[in-house]
Design a protein around this ligand. Structure first.
Ligand code: HEM
Length: 445
């Protein structure tokens, strides 16, 4: 009879032989931790993957290699090099990750697409997002809440089941265990809501032909496109529209909510900073009107506090995955076409070299020495950088500013007595969220 030990030993020998002989293709690859065939480094990246990657970076160097399932990925932990690479179109494609395609039925839309489709969709979305925002809702529209809640559930699901993201090929084989089925259900219900929006707009076009919102503008573009190779052409256009709206919901909701939650948490924990934040608002805005975007240049401490909360929160700790769409080289290493590229943003935000005592909440880091001016920092990169940098950055910055200034101008926030020191440790995952905390809100008179 074959013993368990025999199976184990044979398995280990098979793995060693595989990695010794089958990875030798004459190319020069960077070093990296041992990766299991098929599974890759998924297990090691289960909890707080950004911390593990930073530790690996210290050991293996600024450019090292890991595997997501069977996909080779290079991790770049040097900020200057990361910026150079993400500025290069050769590294601006997205992985062909099945998980990302569940929403959009293929690499279309803006978030998960590559090449020509991505260029066309990104350009259009950037231009029109500025004019409209993306969908207009009444505040109590149940669809808004439904999308909001499903989005949150999706992000929590990925957090609980990192295999969904890091090794979808494995996750798919064990659909119940890995959360794959649940993911499909949530994705289908989100897609139904998005399709409903698009159908409403198609049935109900504006009488004067002037777009009311992003979807109208997009449908107009589809109508005026007669180039069959364009991603706006006929049915391809409608599919891309649905994918883009899904992308904007997916990328635009949770991110802003998490950023506001982090900043609120820090202001609750550091009451003296909350007071300074409010004092600056009172000085500049007064008590007789609401804060507005136009006040921003006169509110350096407010801006610095938001910047510092974005740094500490780092809600997208790994950034998003990029892919080389052609053979290339990085620091002398071969980069075969299809290699993933990862620049963990968390590492830059928590680097002593840029932000001494990085765990401390210190808005002054972003002020000029006389305290009168807000100062950007090259290593504060919550929206990433380069050709694929966050498309919603301007909108997100405006939203975060308006939420926080209006909240703290009108109300004060203190911790609830049952938890006077709410934790600053995030719930780990693909996005970093604060743990639930309770506050007492009082109106400022
Ligand atoms: C504070 C809030 C936000 C943060 C921190 C954030 C962060 C990011 C990051 C790190 C990326 C990845 C960039 C890369 O691939 O290298 C990204 C991409 C993206 N974000 Fe945001 N984001 C925020 C809000 C928004 C909002 C409000 C929208 C839209 C309404 C949005 C839409 C997108 C889209 C469409 C992409 C993909 C761009 C592309 O693939 O070309 N984001 N965001």
């Amino acid at each position: 009879m074959i013993s368990l030990t025999g199976i184990l030993v044979t398995g280990i020998i098979a793995i060693v032989v595989y990695s010794l002989f089958f990875n030798k293709d004459g190319k020069k690859y960077p070093k990296g931790p041992f990766a299991w065939p098929v599974i890759g480094n998924g297990f090691a990246l289960k909890d707080r993957p950004e911390k593990t990657l930073i530790e690996w970076g210290k050991y293996y160097g600024d450019v090292f290699q890991i595997y997501f399932g069977k996909d080779r990925a290079y991790v770049v932990t040097d900020l200057k090099l990361a910026k150079e690479l993400f500025n290069d179109t050769a590294f601006s494609a997205r992985p062909n990750n099945e998980l990302f395609h569940i929403f959009s039925e293929g690499p279309i839309g803006v978030l998960n697409s590559s090449g020509k489709v991505w260029l066309e969709q990104r350009r259009f979305t950037l231009r029109h997002l500025r004019d409209f925002g993306f969908v207009r809702y009444e505040q109590d529209d149940p669809r808004l809440w439904s999308i909001f809640i499903k989005n949150k559930e999706l992000s929590e699901l990925i957090t609980r089941n990192p295999f969904l993201l890091f090794a979808p090929n494995i996750a798919k084989l064990f659909p119940k265990w890995s959360g794959w089925n649940q993911f499909l259900d949530l994705a289908v219900s989100m897609k139904t809501i998005v399709r409903g929006h698009v159908e409403d707009h198609r049935r109900n076009t504006p009488e004067d032909g002037v777009p009311r919102d992003f979807i109208d503008a997009y449908l107009k573009e589809i109508e005026s496109t007669d180039d069959g190779s364009s991603s706006f052409y006929k049915d391809a256009g409608v599919q891309n529209l649905t994918a883009v709206i899904g992308d904007l919901f997916g990328a635009g909701f949770e991110t802003v909510t998490l950023t506001v939650s982090w900043a609120t948490l820090y202001l609750v924990r550091f009451q003296e900073i909350q007071k300074r934040f409010q004092a600056e608002l009172d000085n500049v805005v007064g008590r007789n009107r609401f804060p507005a975007l136009a006040d921003r240049p006169l509110l350096p401490f407010v801006e610095a506090t938001i910047a510092e909360s974005m740094r500490l929160g780092t809600i997208v700790p790994l950034g998003l995955f990029h892919v080389a769409d052609q053979d290339a080289k990085i620091r002398g290493f071969d980069v075969p076409k299809g290699t993933w590229l990862l620049c963990p943003l968390y590492g830059f935000h928590y680097d002593e070299k840029y932000f001494p005592n990085p765990e401390e909440f210190k808005p002054e880091r972003f002020l000029s020495p006389d305290g009168k001016k807000f100062q950007k920092h090259e290593a504060l990169v919550p929206f990433a950088f380069g050709k694929r940098a966050c498309l919603g950055e301007t909108l997100a910055r405006d939203e975060v500013f308006l939420f926080l200034t209006n909240m703290f101008h009108r109300y004060s926030f203190i911790p609830a007595p049952e938890n006077p020191k709410p934790s600053l440790e995030p719930t780990g995952g693909f996005t970093l969220a604060p743990q639930d905390y309770k506050v007492i809100v009082t109106e400022r008179l």
